[in-house]
Every structure is written in structure tokens, then in C-alpha cells.
Design a protein around this ligand. Sequence first.
Ligand SMILES: Cc1cc2nc3c(=O)[nH]c(=O)nc-3n(C[C@H](O)[C@H](O)[C@H](O)COP(=O)(O)OP(=O)(O)OC[C@H]3O[C@@H](n4cnc5c(N)ncnc54)[C@H](O)[C@@H]3O)c2cc1C
Length: 461
Amino acid sequence: MKTDAARVVVIGGGLAGITAAIALAESGADVTLLEARPRLGGATCSFHRDGLIVDTGQHIFLGCCSAYRGLLDRLGMTEHAPLQDRFDVTVLAPGGRRARLRRTALPGPLHMLPALGRYPFLSWAERAKVPRPALAMRRVDPADPVADTQRFGDWLAARGQSARARRALWDLFSVSALNIAGDDASLALAATVVKTGLLGKNNAADIGVPALPLGELHGDAAATVLAKLGAHVTLGAKVSAIEPGEPGDGFRVRLAQGGEIAADAVVLAVPHEKAAPLIPPDTLPDGTVAGWAGLGASPIVNVHVIYDRPVTGLKFAAAIDSPVQWVFDRTRISGMTAANHGGPGQYLAISLSAADEYADVPAARLREQFVPALAELFPAARDAQVTEFFVTRERRATFRQAPGSAALRPKTATRQPGLVLAGAWTDTGWPDTMEGAVRSGLTAAVELRHTVLTSTIGVRQ
Ligand SMILES: Cc1cc2nc3c(=O)[nH]c(=O)nc-3n(C[C@H](O)[C@H](O)[C@H](O)COP(=O)(O)OP(=O)(O)OC[C@H]3O[C@@H](n4cnc5c(N)ncnc54)[C@H](O)[C@@H]3O)c2cc1C
């Protein structure tokens, strides 16, 4: 127990809370991390099913995700989340058609041009028009409130991008990055993705795919690091109220199951709909908390299909002209072997972003749609038997990253000294992603270090 250190309670053990807790513990604070669920990791989690380890939702990251990669490093997990040597995506279409989008070593943004110039799913005329919005995007400021009023699809259309070009090219990246139908995304958030990922350094969009289940990569590793730092992690601890004391007296953090914890500072790192009822009165300008409801939610559905034999050698692929968006080979990562699954099978997971139309569809109906869709993309799947089929649904996977959302995302600091907000939904400038979550956690820690903790640590020591 660090008796002379400032007491910080971090509420929420997702990537935002984990990051803040590590950074604050490293600063010498006496950190308590309270997580409502029985594990750390938040939206990045895994579970066991019939001898397999299943991630509830496939996650990837990009080379430009510097803060997230910093967290991986701190967790000792960098080697378990390898990045591609070069951005390299196979795009499949029904009927055996395929393309490879692979960057060159040229500096960005020239690195993608050769692959785009050959991209067979667009006509020559459509390909010739792709550089126009790419160049125009350089003049879009993601922080400009006007950019947040525009739909990405309208903006692309006004710059010569046909519906075909938007579906067969731009959607490949924007739908999965922003978890909203490509046309409907906020231009401001799309600009962050395009400018950082596609127009930045030539390695910015290189794709990283975890090689361990997310529960191990984040939650378990964070628990180990936090224990080494002397932080207290309490699982199954749902916070029901945050009560500020008299100025300078800190906070009382109440638990739903009874009991309270005294704190000099609090990081509230829970999703917006969970944060709203916990915000003490007068902590934010009038209407702010009510406005968070406008951030809404957008679902992600993963369709898990296990075959009795290998059907593809690809580690992952994107698809067009198909209900499949992205598909990942999860055979090795799930721990599936010939011994524990009765033969040399293959486990594919289809990741469906902006999945409003699938979120409530029964698994049997999804099977009727997606097993044939995979067979259209992977001819070998036509002769293979599906030995298992199941679906995971995250109905509130991210906030709805539509026009107007930037204006609703709160800053880290509140009017209540010592109470700060974190979470991928706060005003990070990034989409609701692992990178955004980690950035928010770092910003929360810096805010407390520069304000309350400076004086509290000073007084206590
Ligand atoms: C299926 C899916 C796929 C995704 N794919 C990607 C991807 O490929 N790449 C990417 O970068 N991002 C992806 N994301 C988004 C990414 O997972 C999130 O942006 C990020 O993990 C959010 O982290 P967070 O810490 O802000 O919030 P969360 O992970 O939601 O953590 C908040 C935590 O607070 C806890 N909590 C809530 N209320 C309380 C309370 N009252 N008391 C105590 N604890 C509480 C919750 O249990 C939770 O653990 C995906 C998300 C999903 C769901």
C-alpha cells in the first residue's frame, strides 16, 4: 500500500482504463481499477467454446496506431501482434475473381498508386478518378466542425467517386474503420482515417493482426503489469455513483454491491451510456450529458464457421459484391488442432461492421446466407463440411460515427477538479478504436498529473 501517494480510482477496465491505470501507477499514484465484469479488456475479450478460444469480435490495427502499439509494448505483447511487412490485402469477389492491394516501397501517398491503378474491380475511368478525392482530402481538417457536418459518401460523390467506386474501394477501409455504412460516416472521422492511414507515411496502413486471443493479449497481460506496479484491480466491481466531497476533499466512489472507496481523483473510463448516470450534477456544461445519447451505437457481428478441412491459405481477406466484408483464418489462434477437432479443419471468422441488418437475425438464417457466400469466395469450401457454426453479436460495439458526432464527444477534463473522462468515445479525434481508447487513457493520466495529482502528491509526501 502506497500510504503517501495520491489515491486514484479508475472506473472501467477496457483499454482506456487499463492505459490510464498503468500510466498513473507509473507516476506514483495509488491506483485502484474497478471493472464491472469478471475480466479486464472491455470490448476486446475472448471466451472458451468447445475447446476453442473465441474472440467476441476480430480486431485489427494499423501501423499508424502508435499509442496502441505503445500499450502492446508496455504489456510485453508486441511480438504477439505482428504487423505486415507491407500493406497487403487480397480482395475477393464471387466467382473466383480476386485482386491484391499491396503497397510499394514508394513514399506515401505514392505507395498505393500502382496497386490502385491495377485494381480490377473498377473500370479504367473509375481508377483514374481515385486520386482526386485522395488529393482533396489533404485539405480537409478533421478538427474542423464543418467537416463533421458532412457525409463521407456525399463528399466522395462530389469528387467523382461513383457508387461502384465507393462500394468496391472506399468501403473496404471506411466501413471497418468507422463501423458505419461508408456513405453515412462523418467526413471528419473519415479524414482522420484516410489522412493518417492512406496519405501518411508509407507504412501507416500496414495491418496488424493479433496472434493471441484478445483476452490474453490485453486483459491477462494488463492484470500482470498492474499487479507488478502495485495497483489494485477489483473485478466484478460495478460502480453505482461518484460523489464529490467538499473542494479538496476528493471523491467517494460507491459500488453497486455495497461499499465505497475514497479517492483524490477519478478516471471514468466506461462507455457513454454507462458514464451518463455516473456523472455528478454540474460536472459538465448543461445539456452535455443528455447529448451523449445522440452518439448512439453501431453493432458488429462476427460469424464463425468451422470446416472439416482447409478451404483457403489466406490469413485474411476482404470481399466485395458479397455479404462477407472481411474474413479471418482463426484456426491457429483459437487453439484448434487436428487432435481436438477430429481432423485438419479450418476456422474462419467473418467480421461484419455496421451490422444493423444482421444484429437480430437468428444464427440459422445467417448460416443459410453466409455458408454459401463463403463457398462463392473460396471454391474449396463447396466440398467441405461445416462442422460448427455460431455467431457473436456486439450490439453496442462503437458509437455511431455519423455527421454531428464530433460535437458530442467530451473533452477529458470536467468542471470537477480530479474527475476526468476516458474512453474511445471521448474527444480523441480518432474513430472509436483501440487507438482512440489508448489515447484517451493517456490523455486522462496526463491531465491528472498536471492538475490534481501534482498538488496531492506534493501534499501527501
Ligand atoms: C466486435 C468489435 C470489433 C472491433 N474491432 C476493432 C478493430 O478491429 N480495431 C480497433 O481498433 N477497434 C475495434 N473495435 C473497437 C474497440 O474494441 C473499442 O474502441 C475499444 O476497445 C474501447 O475501449 P474502451 O476502454 O474505451 O471501452 P470498453 O472496452 O467498452 O471498456 C469499458 C469498460 O467499462 C466497464 N464498465 C462499464 N460500466 C461500469 C461500471 N459502472 N463500473 C465498473 N466498470 C464498468 C465495462 O465492463 C468495460 O470493461 C471493435 C469493437 C468491437 C465490439
